[in-house]
Design a protein around this ligand. Structure first.
Ligand code: NDP
Length: 482
């Protein structure tokens, strides 16, 4: 099917003011590293070097933790909830005021389409601060237990798929509950976290309440291992999550781990097929499929499978893949060369194991990291592409005959983060939601996020919840939970 021709509609990057290099944000100011080195962060759509960023050492992490402890004991931990709430409201408003700057920077550093960073990442990040600002003076009435109190200093390590949004998921509840923070953004996407440091200054937050240390895995490990961290919050791969759980076993540190997923998006024969096709596209091609809760396994009822596949492939041929800054782009660049290699390796395994590979045949830019929207049919449950998180724009299609078979296949995964159900029958939705071992079950929609709604997984998708009252509870101790 032919695509409409659109003239290019690039968003201007003039709104972003990039420094050639960045230090670490510790105790309210940017400082030089002590014994660390530097690395470059690139635009994955062009391979252009955007800036040079500090690879923080263990000594830097220690300085950040000391600053966070001082801020907690001296100011933030003693401040009234109402006053903390004012700072969070201020941060939320500044994020809204500087929304375009954040959206363009996120797209430059991450490769995601501007329409997603502009319409999803940044508004949701602001919404998280607004939501948690509202809780700051009401914690005693949130049903968390008797006398909720902050843990103290929280170490937070976040991934590259939603850099600003994951920062908001982590920092907003931590601050609302009176904790101070040392946060490490991912190596490939540090820039919006560093711009957030500027927001922290603009909001006049007391020094040391938020500290941002950039770096690679070793910096994250230094946060995890630091003896004066009270609680850890991690989002990323299950492999690293397990390492963190092992590192803190036997210590007093609390942790929440939000890890991988291999969600089933389940289409019943009575579903509204065209809407379901949109839901499939949103489920796996949103954010290039770099989404922990992506609907990466399509389970479609056997008697409509051919029809769904035909309509899906036709729809995928209309997706625009290319310049992430272009407002018409649907699918942007793969975040890094390493991630592209992983996707390439897993899709090759899919073919080798006998699944049928199809892609939308679109032209790809000559420079940068790109992968065509891809669909595998004839997938069986033992294939690696049905079991492992590909974290790219790749859909594996399986079929089922009965609701029981759909449930059995959907739950046949080490993960349990999310699932989607498409049917016209309300009773079936409720039955399915009850049977599916997934933290979030979407009905006749997919990838919908809201700060009021708890998010998190079962099994190897991690433990703890983020968002809503359940998310707050991870950031406090009470007389009942110690
Ligand atoms: P990681 O789990 O390695 O990265 C997540 C964060 O953890 C990053 O900030 C990373 O730093 C940091 N980190 C790495 N090693 C350690 C460590 N030993 N101790 C503490 N922190 C550490 O994910 P990858 O970026 O390597 O991606 C690999 C795969 O993980 C993907 O293909 C995807 O399948 C999955 N993934 C899942 C995510 C999810 O939301 N569920 C998010 C990201 C990835 P650095 O960036 O410097 O490596």
């Amino acid at each position: 099917m032919a695509k409409f021709e659109y003239a290019p509609a690039p968003e201007s990057r003039a709104v972003v003011d990039l420094a050639p290099s960045y230090g670490l944000f510790i105790n309210g100011e940017f400082t030089e590293s002590q014994g660390g080195s530097a690395f470059k962060t690139v635009n994955p759509a062009t391979e252009e070097v955007l800036s040079e960023v500090t690879d923080a050492s263990a000594a830097d992490v220690d300085r950040a933790v000391v600053a966070a402890r001082r801020a907690h004991n001296g100011v933030w931990g003693r401040m009234s909830g109402a006053d903390r709430g004012k700072y969070l409201f201020r941060i939320a408003r500044i994020l809204q005021e500087r929304a375009r700057e954040f959206a363009v920077l996120e797209t430059l550093d991450n490769g995601k389409p501007i329409k997603e960073s502009r319409d999803v990442d940044v508004p949701l990040a602001a919404a998280h601060f607004f939501y948690h600002a509202g809780w700051a003076d009401k914690l005693e009435y949130a049903g968390l237990g008797t006398n909720p109190r902050a843990h103290g200093v929280v170490g937070q390590v976040i991934p590259w798929n939603f850099p600003l949004l994951m920062l908001a998921w982590k920092i907003a509840p931590a601050l609302a509950t009176g904790n101070t923070v040392v946060l490490k953004p991912a190596e490939t996407t540090p820039l919006t976290a560093l711009l957030f440091a500027d927001v922290v200054q603009q909001a006049d937050l007391p020094p040391g309440v938020v500290n941002i240390v950039t770096g690679a895995g070793a910096t994250g490990q230094a946060i995890v291992d630091h003896p004066d961290i009270d609680k850890l919050a991690f989002t990323g791969s299950t492999g690293v999550g397990k390492m963190i759980a092992r590192s803190i076993a036997g210590t007093r540190k609390k942790a929440t781990l939000e890890l991988g997923g291999k969600a089933a998006n389940i289409i019943f024969e009575d579903a509204a097929i065209d809407q379901a096709v949109e839901g499939i596209v949103n489920g796996i091609f949103f954010n290039q499929g770099h989404v922990c809760c992506a609907g990466s396994r399509l389970l479609v009822q056997e008697n409509i499978a051919e029809d769904v596949e035909r309509r899906l492939k036709r729809r995928l041929q209309t997706l625009r893949v290319g310049d992430p800054l272009d407002k018409n782009t649907d699918v942007g660049a793969i975040n890094s060369k390493a991630q592209l290699s992983r996707i390439t390796e897993l899709t090759a395994a899919g073919e080798a194991e006998g699944a049928q590979r199809w892609d939308n045949g679109c032209e790809l830019p000559a420079k940068g990291f790109w992968f065509r929207p891809t669909v595998f049919t004839g997938v069986s449950q033992t294939h690696r592409i049905a079991q492992e998180e590909i974290f790219g724009p790749v859909l594996s299609v399986l079929t089922f005959r009965t609701p029981q078979e759909a449930v059995a296949k959907a739950n046949n995964t080490p993960y349990g983060l999310s699932a989607g159900v498409w049917t016209e029958k309300g009773s079936r939705i409720l039955w399915m939601a009850d049977q599916l071992r997934a933290g979030v079950v979407w009905a006749n929609t997919f990838n919908k996020f809201d700060p009021t709604s708890p998010f998190g997984g079962y099994k190897e998708s991690g433990y703890g919840r983020e968002g809503g009252r359940h998310g707050l509870s991870a950031y406090v101790t009470t007389e009942s939970n110690g």
